[in-house]
Write a protein that binds this ligand. Structure first.
Ligand SMILES: *Cc1c(COP(=O)(O)O)cnc(C)c1O
Length: 418
């Protein structure tokens, strides 16, 4: 209420919606693996006066005056981003992950050029060439897939063969619904063999990389990484592009993003990015990142014991993709709705070789970044997984499931830690 005191006085409708969302977040368990809870410090930065400021350009080279403080903020964000990911260059202006990817494509490609990316039904993202995006009108996307859905191993032989045939300009790694780590060295080898730029979209796992709970693709020779800042990295909604060491690539990225694609950067978000990067540089963030992975493994154990098929057989990161239709006879859409009634939020998801349709697929996708921010441990994670299976097996959520979810949520207030 304090935080919204002026909205309360002048705009009751929006006030009620904001308070409603706060309550929804406080009393429910958020298992959407791309969501998280930012700290109060990050929220304060987003609510700052920097939202008033036009800062087109880059630090030291702006098109408007009055940049004494915006320059300071953007330089800090860039420096911290570079330290977090061991990058030589960082552009912190992309408004989101999709914008970062669009800028990356336009910086590296001419219309008609080819990208070799992960098949969307095997875990890739919309912006990696889904036919509904305009990107596919401009560029040519070709796919690689998993060789074995039960282990998640990518078919690297097929990938190399395809790469030699189609001569992509970009070999793109990265995913939104893939629970394993990739063999980065193989990606880089293939990219080098065909003279492509090796790009990794770390949108989902940026926080795991920053916290040392996942490998850093730059250590294996990737040239460029795009990311969001609001998923496991736990910053404000936004995007970022990191370049390992090539000044030429970094310059092309800067020029393509502005003035090529975007207008004025959202400086309040960039301040919030800087604040969240400082948080991610603390030792406590390492503990957080490894707990995210441990909690996901604990949930996978329960699913395995319940004989629920998981794509790739389990998880090595923060997310799980479960074939609930094949294992429990409940569709992804039904599962999403049943769990929603019990106060557990996640999303339906297509699985590889899914016999069902995108609007009602076979799978559900869920993960542990948000619940770990609230302080849930492995024991809590197992209990949540058991509750989920109980709801899905009974096909009507028992009222005490929702009561228990609320009790777990209230025992772990979102801002208890920061
Ligand atoms: C979420 C995601 C994006 C897009 O991020 P937005 O901020 O929603 O635009 C891009 N790539 C991958 C792999 C993602 O998971």
């Amino acid at each position: 209420m304090d935080f919204y005191s002026h909205i309360y006085e002048q705009d009751t409708e929006i006030y009620e919606a904001l308070v409603g969302e706060d309550k929804r977040e406080a009393d429910g368990l958020e298992l959407i693996p791309s969501e998280n809870y930012v700290s109060r410090a990050v929220k304060e930065a987003m609510a700052s006066s920097l939202t008033n400021k036009y800062s087109e350009g880059y630090p030291g080279k702006r098109y408007y005056g009055g940049q004494e403080f915006t320059d300071k903020v953007e330089v800090l964000a860039i420096d911290r981003a570079k330290r977090l990911f061991n990058a030589v260059y960082a552009n912190v202006q992309p408004l989101g992950g999709a914008n970062a990817n669009i800028a990356m494509y336009f910086a590296l490609l001419e219309p008609g050029d080819t990208i070799l990316g992960m098949d969307l039904s095997h875990g890739g993202h919309l912006t990696h060439g889904h036919p509904v995006t305009y990107l596919t009108k401009i560029f040519n996307f070709v796919r690689y897939k998993m060789k074995d859905i039960e282990t998640g191993e990518i078919d690297y032989d097929q990938m190399r063969k395809t790469a030699k045939e189609i001569k992509p300009k970009i070999v793109l790694a990265g995913y939104s619904a893939y629970p394993r780590e990739l063999d980065y060295a193989k990606f880089v080898d293939i990219a080098r063999e065909v003279g492509a730029v090796a790009v990794m979209d770390i949108a989902h796992i940026a926080g795991l990389i920053a916290g040392g709970a996942a490998k850093n693709p730059f250590d294996y020779g990737f040239d460029l990484m795009t990311t969001t800042t609001h998923k496991t990295l736990r910053g404000p909604r936004g995007g970022m592009i990191l370049t390992r060491d090539s000044e030429d690539l970094a310059k092309r990225i800067d020029k393509t993003l502005f003035p090529g694609l975007q207008g004025g950067p959202h400086m309040h978000q960039i301040a919030a990015k800087a604040v969240s990067f400082k948080e991610a540089l603390q030792p406590s963030f390492k503990t957080y990142a490894s707990q995210v992975v441990a909690n996901a493994a604990a949930m996978a154990d329960v699913y395995k014991a319940g004989n629920v098929r998981m794509i790739t057989g389990g998880t090595s990161n923060h997310l799980i993709l479960a074939d609930v239709y094949g294992s429990l006879g409940v569709t992804g859409d039904e599962a999403e709705k049943l769990l929603d009634e019990a106060g557990i939020t996640l999303n339906k998801n297509m699985i590889a070789n899914d016999p069902r349709r995108p609007m009602d697929p076979s799978g559900i996708r869920f993960g542990t970044p948000a619940m770990t921010t609230r302080g849930l441990t492995e024991a809590d994670s197992r209990r949540v997984a058991e509750l989920m299976l109980e709801v899905l097996t009974k096909k009507t959520p028992p009222p005490r499931a929702k009561e228990e979810v609320i009790a777990i949520a209230r025992a772990h207030p979102i801002h208890e830690r920061f």
